[in-house]
Design a protein. Structure first.
Length: 300
């Protein structure tokens, strides 16, 4: 197996792991009502951030140097608070109130918010396929939210709200650190971003919940941190040395697929045909958004 194929497989597996992390979180919520999205987010962000920064220091990335530059420090803090925090925290809110499948599918429409920003603020020209993809994605969300009935919602307004905020977080998570990533390791940027967002949540909600003395909580939380954060991050970042970002973005489709299949198998989630249609429409729309003609690819 060539290095390109190996890292393509690892990138796909990273997306599967991100989808599975929502299943770990749902398992935690099912154990006790005292376990809340904010507690999972606090633990995941602080622990993951510290571990990534330690690894960055060991591998010579000099993470402390980033914080000595005022502009870089402000960017990292904004990335944590406006990017990673809504992506992580709002996602877990939807997982708790609905399921990992819905949370991941709604978050998956984040690229359309990126497209909106690029069109409005950077004057990117819309392609016909972009418009078609946006319409298809909107219809897919409509099917998920209403089961195709105009007069009722199958998802609560709260789930839709936090799911869309999570998708906006995907956009800010992508856009904010662009300048910083030109001269700083992604390992350092993500490490600091996670740490700052986790600290912000601790400050906002310093009360520690009464978590039951259950060994399964430890293992599920470890799964969220290791399988849902540390391993997939390393694999995805490593894969970008061998595969194109456009290829990596297409592999993101494995995340909602794995979350949906896992929710059906593990938690007995029952999805109506219209739910499957809506989910598939959203995934296909995002894949179409990332499609480029072969002539463009050859120029890269």
């Amino acid at each position: 197996m060539t290095k390109k194929r190996l890292w393509t497989c690892l990138a796909a597996l990273a997306c599967v792991f991100w989808g599975i992390s929502g299943l770990f979180a749902k398992g935690l919520f099912n154990i006790s009502s005292s376990i809340r999205p904010i507690w999972i987010s606090q633990v995941r962000m602080v622990v993951s951030g510290v571990l990534l920064l330690i690894f960055a220091q060991i591998t010579g990335k000099r993470p402390l140097k980033t914080m000595t530059d005022k502009k870089d420090a402000i960017t990292v803090i904004a990335y944590g608070l406006l990017g990673l925090l809504p992506v992580q925290y709002c996602y877990f809110i939807v997982v708790q109130e609905a399921n990992a499948s819905i949370a991941t599918v709604l978050q998956f429409i984040g690229p359309f918010f990126v497209l909106f920003y690029m069109v409005v603020f950077e004057h990117q020209v819309l392609r016909a396929i972009d418009v078609i993809a946006a319409v298809v994605a909107f219809i897919g969300v409509f099917f998920l939210a209403t089961h195709g009935h105009f007069n009722q919602l199958s998802l609560t307004p709260s789930v839709l709200f936090w799911g869309l905020i999570s998708a906006v977080g995907v956009a800010t998570n992508t856009l904010i650190p662009r300048r910083l990533l030109d001269h700083t390791s992604s390992l350092v940027v993500t490490g600091w971003g996670l740490l700052f967002s986790g600290i912000a949540l601790v400050i906002a909600h310093p009360v520690w919940p009464k978590v039951p003395n259950n060994i399964n909580i430890f293992w599920l939380m470890a799964g969220v941190i290791v399988i849902g954060t540390l391993i997939p991050f390393q694999w995805m970042m490593g894969s970008l040395r061998y595969i194109k970002p456009s290829t990596a973005s297409l592999l993101d489709a494995f995340e909602p697929v794995s979350a949906t299949i896992g929710s059906v198998i593990i938690f007995g989630l029952v999805m109506a045909p219209i739910d499957w249609i809506g989910s598939i429409m959203i995934i296909c729309a995002v894949l179409a958004l990332n499609w480029e003609p072969k002539s463009h690819n050859k120029k890269e």
